[in-house]
Design a protein around this ligand. Structure first.
Ligand SMILES: [Zn+2]
Length: 378
């Protein structure tokens, strides 16, 4: 558990950007560049876009995503999915995703998407997976040439409202040595509990494969409980509604219910996405986001973007918002970052190498630079 450091002065945007960050919850189809959407729509003759200039298109996505409901928020994906139905388009958005995250100071990311949403123009599931993987590899390589080292692991998502989860889970296992590191289910929670996909989760457990589950975002404790105790989720996508199991004693102290205690005590990582949570109504504001209390209670928290386009955000922006709201300093950012890296789905020795060789030395240098001028700079 880190220090409760709300006495720290908020840190500058530049410093947050330079600090290494780890991202576990980011949707590929939620992070397209607005200009890329326009280009791709042009190429395939898609006429459904609500705007024809990059700035107004970006504004439309941000405005619609702020509508305050998960269902409305999910509607925006109709367009990003419509323009990513070819191998070239998927390669391009994955490539640009790697470059954008690297430029934002992200050193490790797990990016997820649902292959089943990209078959409209005849692509097969393996073709989709391979196009995205190749795009990420090309992006990692060019980012490194630009001086940014990033590694990206892919999570394959199954839509919880559909019935393809078993097939997608099999795809995860098939590609697990080629860059796919885990599985997830996503989409509207109400009416589609995780146990609908028990078959996929049991298969993955038998195959010793990793998975997270979107749970506790728009729907409450039963969804979290099923995800963990029935399905065996290693992490929770969002999980903010765990707050429903934390009450306040007459003396003002927080009291954890059995499920909240289990999540904390088993160190189950929560993939928190502050801006997205406010936009979908899962949290009221950044200032009152559960992350503040959950951090003090010692939950294993990670900070994430969810959908950079819809939420008009980045890892730097999310960290900066939290720093401003809760007075988090570089030590807190490092705590979130190490937490996320520990919770990643790549092998333990590789996680440790990124923590010890990239994250910790970079934070040590930034912290040293923050309190004293660099040697030779006086
Ligand atoms: Zn998500």
């Amino acid at each position: 558990m880190g220090s409760d450091s709300d006495t720290n002065a908020p840190i500058s945007l530049d410093l947050v950007k330079r600090a290494p960050k780890v991202l576990l919850h980011d949707h590929l189809d939620g992070g397209l560049r607005p200009q890329t959407i326009l280009d791709l729509a042009d190429e395939i003759g898609y006429r459904g876009l609500p705007a024809d200039a990059a700035s107004s298109l970006a504004a439309w996505f941000a405005r619609t995503a702020r509508a305050g409901s998960l269902e409305r928020y999910l509607e925006t994906f109709r367009h990003t999915v419509a323009v990513t139905q070819t191998a070239e388009a998927l390669h391009r958005v994955a490539y640009e995703c790697a470059l954008d995250l690297a430029a934002d100071g992200v050193c490790y990311a797990e990016v997820r998407y649902a292959p089943e949403l990209h078959v409209e123009r005849g692509l097969t599931l393996p073709e989709i997976v391979e196009a995205v993987l190749a795009g990420f590899v090309a992006g990692e390589r060019d980012a490194l040439d630009n001086g940014h080292r990033i590694r990206i692991g892919v999570l394959l998502t199954a839509m919880r409202t559909a019935m393809h989860s078993r097939r997608i889970a099999e795809l995860c296992v098939k590609y697990r040595d080629r860059g796919v590191v885990g599985f997830d289910i996503a989409g509207a929670e109400a009416g589609s509990p995780p146990t609908r996909h028990l078959d996929a989760f049991e298969y993955l457990r038998h195959e010793n494969a990793h998975f997270t589950i979107h749970a506790g975002e728009s729907f409450g404790l039963p969804s979290i409980w099923e995800a963990i105790q029935w399905c065996g989720a290693e992490r929770l996508g969002h999980g903010v509604r765990i707050m429903d199991d934390i009450s306040t004693a007459p003396d003002g102290k927080p009291v954890l219910g059995r499920l909240a205690a289990y999540v904390r005590d088993r160190r189950i990582p929560l993939e928190m996405c502050p801006t997205s949570n406010v936009q979908t109504g899962a949290a009221e504001s950044i200032a009152t986001h559960p992350i503040g209390l959950l951090r003090r209670l010692g939950f294993r928290l990670t900070v994430n973007t969810d959908n950079r386009l819809m939420s008009d955000t980045s890892m730097t922006h999310e960290m900066k918002l939290l720093s401003d709201a809760f007075g988090y300093g570089l030590d807190d950012l490092q705590w979130f970052t190490v937490n996320a890296m520990k919770s990643a789905f790549i092998p333990f020795d590789e996680r440790l190498a990124i923590i010890n060789e990239q994250i910790k030395p970079a934070y040590a240098a930034l912290m040293a630079g923050d309190i004293a001028p660099q040697p030779g700079m006086q």
